[in-house]
Design a protein around this ligand. Structure first.
Ligand SMILES: [Zn+2]
Length: 127
């Protein structure tokens, strides 16, 4: 009888499923050395998968590079987009000489205004 065969087994406590016929994927461990904190991050990938040359450091989140033998993989950053700063964009529009000129103009304007402001104050005091 069905309910008789289950007697004595705490259901849920153990799996009745056997591991017979289960083939575990062969895995290879790869270690990544962090370029910032120097700690290692070890990961397991399927043996037939190609491990990426870079991974995120588990400790600090920075770039970790795949260890190969004694060294590490060489990462080619030449394809990376380097974000342009406001300064870079400004230099694309104007030469340094032009910027110097603009700065001088602006400084002269500020000095003139400040000078005028002092005059107003002097007039007030004088009155
Ligand atoms: Zn790190």
């Amino acid at each position: 009888m069905a309910d008789r065969s289950l007697r004595g087994i705490r259901l849920g406590a153990q799996s009745l499923q056997s591991e017979e016929g289960v083939v575990f994927m062969e895995r290879t461990q790869y270690t990544y050395a962090c370029t910032v904190c120097g700690r290692d991050t070890t990961l397991a990938f399927a043996a037939d998968a190609e491990a990426p040359e870079m991974w995120e450091c588990r400790t600090c989140g920075a770039e970790a590079v795949l260890r190969i033998g004694e060294g590490t993989a060489v990462i080619d950053h030449s394809e990376d987009k380097i974000p342009r700063t406001h300064w870079d964009m400004l230099l694309e529009r104007r030469t340094r000489a032009e910027l110097e000129e603009l700065l001088e103009e602006r400084l002269a304007f500020i000095r003139a205004r400040r000078g005028a402001g002092e005059d107003v104050t002097a007039e007030k005091i004088g009155a």
